[in-house]
Write a protein that binds this ligand. Structure first.
Ligand SMILES: [Zn+2]
Length: 284
């Protein structure tokens, strides 16, 4: 597929999503709710529509005819601001048998391209919690994620144990990463995940300040211990259930087994009727 075809495909995907949004079709996205998630999001599924990205940037409105001619301009939807929480979301709304696959610590040119290829082959959107210093070295991979419609989350700049850092260093780790993601991916991250799952009040406060909601996981594949691919696939398949968020890695060591496992479990999940998607924030 050429770059141009890819671009066209992306426009089609975005256009299709926008149409679905306009028609008010429910259940096309994974909204956050359910056990283990903070209270305020419980009503999310009914309150929010499908969270497709806006099809147009505000600057393109200037190209619209002034009132009286042509179709009315599309109204850009407003994201409900992130709130300071006391614990992260552990799962998403499982309606429509949705599940979320997340890949942490990348991007890594040794493994991320293979993961992107597998996801593309199955026409599946996933989530990448990236580290700023990795993005800095491999910006092209963030562009590829954007082209394929994947969600990118903030996983700090250098993957430290945040709970051992001062507030100002925590802030720097998080804000620098949001900035570079916005530059490389085209949109600022809407989600944050603390390395090692080590959250504290500062991480929730700065996350909300930077416009991000905290997302942890439901099923840990423990792939960082480099078990056999079959073991990783087994953990995903045994843990599969509506609303489950799966944690695995596309960087941070030898991830050959993680890639091989994805090739096994992704078609299995799809054959079992799961819809693999990315979490959506609520819109006003
Ligand atoms: Zn990590």
């Amino acid at each position: 597929m050429t770059k141009d075809q890819m671009f066209t495909r992306r426009r089609l995907l975005l256009g299709g999503a926008a149409l679905l949004g306009a028609a008010g079709v429910a259940g096309t996205t994974a909204l956050l709710t359910g056990e283990g998630s903070p209270g305020p999001a419980r009503g999310a599924a009914t309150a929010a529509g499908p969270g497709a990205r806006p099809a147009f940037k505000p600057s393109s409105y200037r190209l619209q005819p002034i009132a009286g001619y042509g179709a009315p301009p599309l109204r850009r939807r407003t994201l409900v601001p992130a709130t300071v929480r006391s614990r992260p979301y552990l799962r998403v709304d499982g309606r429509g048998r949705t599940m979320v696959l997340t890949f942490d610590d990348g991007p890594d040119p040794r493994y991320t391209p293979d993961i992107l290829r597998i996801l593309r082959k199955h026409d599946v959107r996933a989530m990448f919690f990236v580290c700023g210093e990795m993005v800095d070295r491999h910006r092209n991979l963030l562009r590829e994620m954007a082209d394929d419609g994947h969600a990118v989350g903030n996983h700090t700049w250098s993957h430290p144990l945040l709970t051992s850092l001062s507030r100002s260093r925590i802030h720097a780790e998080m804000s620098r990463t949001s900035e570079i993601i916005e530059k490389a991916h085209g949109e600022p991250p809407l989600w944050f995940r603390a390395p090692y799952g080590a959250w504290n009040r500062a991480t929730f406060e700065f996350g909300a300040e930077l416009g991000m909601e905290p997302l942890a996981w439901t099923v840990d594949t423990l792939d960082w211990r480099a078990p056999a691919a079959a073991t990783i696939a087994d953990r995903v398949e045994k843990g599969a259930a509506p609303g489950v968020v799966v944690l695995s890695h596309d960087a941070g060591g030898d991830r050959t087994q993680s890639v091989r496992a994805l090739r096994e479990y992704l078609p299995e999940l799809l054959d079992s009727g799961y819809r693999i998607t990315v979490p959506q924030r609520r819109y006003a």
